[in-house]
Design a protein around this ligand. Structure first.
Ligand SMILES: NCc1[nH]cc(CCC(=O)O)c1CC(=O)O
Length: 306
């Protein structure tokens, strides 16, 4: 019998759902394979009193999971791709990108149907600089308030009346079976999600051939192409939680369209660019849109906005 495959995961409900999902897919693809979860705490989970933008550092949600793999306490780690920095730690690879869920952000409110219906100076909860910049761009009057914690915590804070609305990713809300809480979708390309949003990634040791073989069954080529374009753009712009960057790549019959934005969370200024390419050049497309944004003056938006 072969050794069980051990999946390192964060302990939030969403992280556990995603890790269980990968476990289920692996058992289906490889009958007889034993799969176990190894739930762990990460720095990103423990620091809840400050926004990610002020903590700084990339990969706050990854490090402890990577250490578990290096210590041979786990074989793979499951992440939301949007939490995975553009550059991985040396020796690690993303061995599978799963089929993408809805990449869009969600507007969630108990009283108002959409962003336009929010009253003057309404309170909106989000600590994401990308979401803040896009909110300010269309509604400069809004009060933007910090909101951290896992998806359930954020919904509970909305329900307690601390906010008139909050912004979350559709994918996370839907995975938790809470899709009915989505009041309105913030549709792209007018509103852009984070690079990689809605996709689940499996990270493993670059040298682990057994894992590479097992993961081949899980990867989704179309999602891979889209997120390669989005992440290449983000990487070129030096993206992190400390800057407001949005990206969304459409994969269609004719090829790819990548929409990109860089914003300023304080002023609501937004720079936008888009370009098309054939489906086999997603990374070049990402670099092209990044260069267009830099040509428009993105540099001024890319020093950390604290
Ligand atoms: N920043 C935390 C995070 N990382 C991934 C998701 C949602 C799931 C996904 O995008 O795949 C969320 C919550 C949110 O932004 O609402």
């Amino acid at each position: 019998m072969t050794a069980p495959l051990r999946i390192a995961t964060r302990k939030s409900a969403l992280a556990l759902w995603q890790a269980e999902h990968v476990a289920t897919l692996l058992r289906q693809a490889h009958p007889g394979l034993q799969v176990e979860l190894v739930p762990l705490s990460t720095r990103g989970d423990e620091i809840l009193d400050r926004s990610l933008a002020t903590i700084g550092g990339k990969g706050l949600f990854l490090k402890e999971l990577e250490v578990a793999i290096l210590d041979d306490r786990a074989d793979i780690a499951v992440h939301s791709l949007k939490d995975v920095p553009a550059e991985l730690e040396p020796g690690f690879v993303l061995s599978a990108i799963l089929p993408r869920a809805d990449a869009a952000d969600a507007f969630i409110s108990n009283h108002y149907a959409n962003l336009a219906e929010l009253p003057h100076v309404a309170r909106v909860g989000t600590s994401s600089l990308r979401r803040q910049a896009q909110l300010r761009a269309v509604r400069p009057d809004l009060q933007l308030l910090d909101l951290r914690g896992n998806v359930n915590t954020r919904l509970a804070k909305l329900d307690e009346g601390h906010y008139d609305a909050i912004i979350l990713a559709c994918a996370g809300v839907e995975r938790l079976g809470l899709g009915q809480r989505i009041t309105a979708r913030l549709a792209s390309p007018d509103w852009l999600p984070a690079p990689g949003q809605g996709a689940i990634a499996v990270e493993s040791r670059a040298s682990d051939a057994r894992v590479a073989e097992l993961m081949a069954a899980l990867g989704d080529p179309e999602t891979q192409i889209a997120v390669d374009a989005e992440r290449a753009m983000n990487e070129r712009l030096g993206g992190s939680c400390a800057v407001a960057i949005g990206a969304w790549c459409v994969v269609a019959e004719y090829g790819l369209t990548l929409h990109g934005m860089v914003g300023n969370a304080h002023t609501g200024e937004i720079l936008r660019a888009q370009a098309d390419a054939k489906a086999d050049t997603p990374v070049a497309l990402g670099h092209e849109v990044a260069a267009m944004l830099i040509g428009l003056g993105a540099e001024a938006f890319l020093s950390p906005q604290r």
